[in-house]
Design a protein around this ligand. Structure first.
Ligand code: ASP
Ligand code: MG
Length: 350
């Protein structure tokens, strides 16, 4: 009991651009967090690598295999570390040639995609060791059990909970560096859906009863709308668990759609930017009561939702209205203008 009260466990997840373009800042941040905390690190693949592997799995183009190797070898060279990736390169080449060994295409693709995160953790844990911190690369395949939905798998918390002692054991004298995005169904590799490393972090945060989960990336936090499309989008400092749950399900990019459910009411999530350590948003019981405009694209249409402002009148057909959001459909061509127009309406009125 006392142990729980003084729990100093933190799970920190870094996105693909942190690992690829802010590697040193990522290392330094982990080192700082280790002072006074028990830290579990979750990593994405290097930015762009999952897309590349997805192409490779379909085209089996040897040039893509070479490109994949190059990206990682260049990073190793830049860092000046000594780590051997030959066994992973060989395995990947073998897998590409043996799709028929898998029970389904999705099982094969998941295995191909796994190399992104596996190489990330291998390189990162090696670098951390070189900086004097005891680190262990952990392939979540041996930890996280999922259902059979290979490319968008749901984590089985109960089965995964039975393996969590491994991380607890490692935490006694090292920093576990865990692959995001990856899981296991009956001995085959599964993946948790795009952006799934957030979900890995939240599952670990929940099972370890962590004090907080940090999600570090190249943006400071959650915005009132996608800041790449709406330049006036503002950061939202406080988001309630419930708002985060709804917004992520309705397409908010900052957080994987299944990442909130395991931690609701239990573990707060802090968002920050790796390169300057600015922490912009906190998901907890507290809310800034700022609406969040999200969107989800499906073929020719896009669904826009306004979370936290269900009574706004819009000039598009309403698709859904609930207590805490309103959703409507626009064509993909209209999406950018609609988001900007709405953002202005919502934030000038409220
Ligand atoms: N690497 C995976 C992706 O690009 C998972 C993640 O980054 O969270 O979707
Ligand atoms: Mg993401």
């Amino acid at each position: 009991m006392i142990y729980k009260l003084f729990n100093n466990r933190i799970v920190v997840k870094f996105g693909g651009s942190s690992v690829r373009f802010s590697f040193r800042e990522t290392l330094e941040l982990v080192k700082s967090l280790c002072e006074g905390n028990k830290v579990v690190v979750v990593l994405s693949a290097l930015k762009g690598v999952t897309d590349l592997l997805l192409d490779l799995s379909k085209s089996k183009n040897p040039e893509l295999l070479e490109k994949f190797e190059e990206i990682h070898l260049e990073l190793i060279e830049r860092l000046g570390i000594d780590v051997n990736l030959e066994s992973e390169f060989k395995e990947l080449e073998f897998i590409i040639k043996n799709e028929k060994l898998f029970p389904s295409i999705d099982a094969y693709v998941s295995h191909v995609l796994s190399f992104g995160e596996r190489l990330s953790v291998k390189i990162f844990s090696r670098s951390l060791e070189d900086h004097g911190i005891n680190a262990t690369a952990v392939d979540a395949f041996y930890l996280i059990k999922t259902n059979e939905d290979f490319s968008n798998a749901k984590v089985d918390l109960e089965k995964t909970g039975k393996n969590i002692w491994v991380i607890e054991e490692l935490l006694k004298d090292s920093v576990p560096i865990v692959t995001g995005f990856l899981g296991n169904f009956n001995g085959f590799r599964t993946t948790l859906g795009r952006g799934g490393s957030d979900y890995t972090a939240s599952v670990l945060g929940r099972l370890l009863n962590a004090r907080a989960i940090l999600i570090m990336s190249d943006v400071e936090g959650i915005y009132t709308a996608d800041p790449r499309i709406v330049k006036d989008a503002k950061i939202v400092p406080f988001i309630s668990y419930h708002e985060a749950l709804i917004a992520s399900r309705l397409g908010m990019k900052a957080l994987h759609e299944r990442a909130v459910e395991p931690i609701v009411g239990r573990v707060p999530i802090i968002f920050g930017k790796t390169s300057n350590r600015k922490l912009g948003s906190l998901v907890s019981h507290v809310s800034s009561k700022m609406p969040i405009i999200t969107h989800k694209i499906s073929e020719e249409m896009a669904k826009i939702s306004i979370v936290g402002s269900p009574n706004v009148d819009v000039r598009w057909p309403i698709a859904e209205r609930a207590d805490n959001y309103v959703a409507f459909l626009v064509t993909r061509d209209e999406l950018e203008n609609a988001l900007n127009e709405l953002h202005e309406v919502v934030f000038n009125e409220s």
